[in-house]
Design a protein around this ligand. Structure first.
Ligand code: PMV
Length: 334
């Protein structure tokens, strides 16, 4: 007999890009303009439960205990449509999603959110894809989510087709204990979200230069990770972040994410590295500064960050695991 409800819960962690994804060559499929590399973060988690129920008249989406706004609702429902199409089912679902990090911290949660939604959604829908296909499906919900399907150090390949653009682990989290100290300087939600931001990338005359040099940066970053070479990593990570923000600043309209405090933290980090500390900065589409450091230097860097006026909060994250299933109920295969 057909089960009436089929549900699954999954957990996924956010990731910080070391080599950034910015701009798509196919926005529909979210095929990125360049390959990217990230570190999955265990401090920043999303738990999501998806329950397909034949009796529902529409999808119901709850984020952190409240009904999602129209923009998030429609983005999640579109992703559920993809999963329904792949699984050959038509029932609507209840989605309940919780972030463990302060939702007002001004941090993007789409990487962990769409990785957890994809894993819970496909399993509740009765599919059992491998990591590669899971990553491809997550990619269509949010590009960076395809990297959160994997743990540790992860590479996402830019490719011409849907089947070839997926993420893969470069090294497990135990390989290198880096710490991400996230200096929150602004708790406002970002003015321009990344979906719109990606579509503006090609309006910057600097984007072709950023993209055509990406393979070189990927190779330096990949080698620095595999050889645990912090100095090499630091210079390529900072250059890559600066290149992305140069594209943002020169887009039409320009995207300016930095505040004066952002710049202050970036300069301090740069000076501390000059003094001999293993620390570098990287920024996503927002003003908060991710300060990456080796485990041995993390405490001192945190102390110093605490003395910079204007930092509202410091979040600490360590290398994290791949997205995991927590629970499955009902019998999805019937
Ligand atoms: O996955 P999206 O659409 O939220 O885009 C992520 C964009 C950046 O965070 C700025 C860079 C990246 O590679 O994660």
């Amino acid at each position: 007999m057909m089960e009436k409800t089929r549900s699954a819960s999954a957990i996924a962690r956010a990731n910080i890009a070391l080599i950034k994804y910015w701009g798509n060559h196919d926005a529909n499929l979210r095929l990125p303009a360049n390959s990217s590399i990230s570190l999955t973060l265990d401090g920043l988690e999303t738990k999501t439960r998806v329950s397909f129920d034949d009796s529902l008249p529409a999808d119901q989406i709850h984020i952190n205990g409240v009904s999602a706004d129209e923009e998030s609702r429609s983005r999640v429902a579109t992703h559920l449509d993809r999963i329904r199409r792949l699984a050959g089912i038509s029932s609507f679902a209840i989605v309940e999603s919780q972030n463990n990090f302060p939702s007002g911290a001004g941090l993007a949660s789409s990487s962990s959110a769409f990785a957890a939604l994809t894993l819970a959604g496909v399993v509740a829908a009765g599919m059992q894809p491998d990591r590669k296909d899971l990553s491809r499906i997550a990619r269509m919900g949010s590009g960076s989510a395809c990297r959160s399907v994997l743990g540790g150090y992860v590479i996402w390949y830019a490719a011409q087709s849907d089947t070839e653009s997926f993420a893969e682990q470069l090294a497990p989290r135990e390989h290198w204990h880096l710490v991400d100290l996230i200096a929150i300087v602004d708790r406002q939600h970002k003015h321009t979200g990344s979906t719109l931001g990606h579509s503006l990338a090609d309006t910057s005359p600097l984007q072709p230069a950023r993209v055509s040099d990406a393979a070189r940066r990927i190779e330096i970053c990949r080698r620095a990770i595999l050889e645990r070479d912090f100095q090499e990593l630091a210079s390529v990570v900072e250059q890559d972040s600066n290149l992305m923000h140069a594209v943002m600043l020169t887009s039409t309209p320009p995207l300016m994410y930095w505040t004066p405090q952002t710049l202050e933290v970036m300069r301090a980090v740069y000076d501390w590295r000059d003094e001999g500390f293993d620390v570098c900065y990287t920024l996503d589409a927002g003003p908060n500064v991710h300060c990456l450091c080796t485990f041995h230097h993390a405490e001192e860097v945190k102390n110093r960050l605490e003395h910079i006026p204007g930092i509202l909060e410091i979040l600490e994250a360590h290398p994290g695991e791949q997205a995991q299933l927590i629970e499955v109920e009902g019998n999805p295969s019937h």
